[in-house]
Design a protein around this ligand. Structure first.
Ligand SMILES: Cc1cc2nc3c(=O)[nH]c(=O)nc-3n(C[C@H](O)[C@H](O)[C@H](O)COP(=O)(O)OP(=O)(O)OC[C@H]3O[C@@H](n4cnc5c(N)ncnc54)[C@H](O)[C@@H]3O)c2cc1C
Length: 241
């Protein structure tokens, strides 16, 4: 897949995912397809010509020209509030991609996969879990998803469905937990992580994604737990927590 210049896209559908996040399906007629885990750049142009660009992970993968994105609103942000609150089906935007060849799951790799997501960091990991669900013969997946509360979980229903279909899914809550959850809400701890992830001797390949602080803390915990740093791949979305 060769990345060219900016491609015209048309928003085809918008779906509310949480009270502060939205799923956008964008038709990009010249989209070359993408691998699970890749991202794209979006360029918005205002009527006065002012332009803003941001990166967004792609929740869909494979061939096809309907590209799915999911955007969480960053309060006071320049671009994300527009994408979450204002954009409508029929609106135009430009995209460039697919981008990134490192934070990508290769379905032919037999290694077990450990996914660790914080907040909107679920988006590229969902692309991997969806791709895995289409290939039952592929390696087993575990997902540890840290969210503020159950209502803050993007793609919650689909993740529960993937769990029913074999995804080993552990929720972690930082602020408010459902009554049935055994544990104390808070930042991801070494013991919660150790209970949730593949044992070190499985030599799993880990993908960690979310806000920068979350990614750095989680990757450190994985390495302290015994994971090989060379097998912990990270994608940082920015922000501090
Ligand atoms: C490879 C890549 C993939 C990404 N994929 C996604 C995705 O799938 N979904 C998604 O919602 N976002 C994703 N992001 C983040 C996205 O690119 C923007 O940074 C985010 O939407 C904020 O943009 P903004 O214009 O609203 O905020 P800005 O105007 O750029 O920033 C406003 C303030 O918020 C802080 N900030 C910026 N980004 C974040 C953040 N992620 N968390 C907390 N604070 C932040 C800034 O430091 C600044 O103080 C991705 C980023 C990268 C690099």
């Amino acid at each position: 897949m060769i990345v060219g210049g900016w491609l015209p896209g048309l928003v085809e559908a918008v779906v509310q995912s949480t009270s502060h996040a939205r799923i956008l399906q964008v038709r990009v007629p010249d989209w070359p397809g993408n691998l699970p885990g890749q991202h794209l750049d979006i360029r918005l142009t205002a009527e006065d010509g002012y332009q803003a660009e941001r990166s967004y992970s792609i929740a869909s993968s494979g061939a096809g020209t309907l590209v799915e994105l999911a955007v969480d609103r960053v309060p006071d942000g320049e671009v994300s509030p527009y994408l979450v609150d204002d954009v409508l089906p029929g609106d135009a935007l430009e995209v460039k991609g697919p981008l990134g060849n490192y934070f990508v799951w290769d379905p032919t790799d037999p290694s077990p996969v450990q996914l660790v997501a914080g907040g909107s960091g679920i988006v590229p990991l969902l692309a991997m879990a969806r791709a895995r669900a289409r290939r039952p013969e592929a390696a087993p997946f575990r997902l540890l998803y840290s969210v503020r509360s159950a209502d803050d979980a993007m793609y919650r229903d689909e993740l529960e469905q993937l769990r029913a279909d074999g995804l080993d899914l552990t929720w972690a809550y930082t602020r408010t937990a459902p009554d049935a959850w055994a544990g104390t809400p808070g930042r991801l701890s070494a013991s919660v992580l150790a209970d949730a992830v593949w044992p070190v001797d499985r030599r799993s390949l880990a993908f960690v994604c979310g806000p920068t602080g979350f990614v750095e803390a989680s990757a450190d915990l994985l390495v302290q737990h015994g994971y090989d740093p060379a097998r912990v791949r990270t994608e940082r979305f920015g922000g501090l927590s």
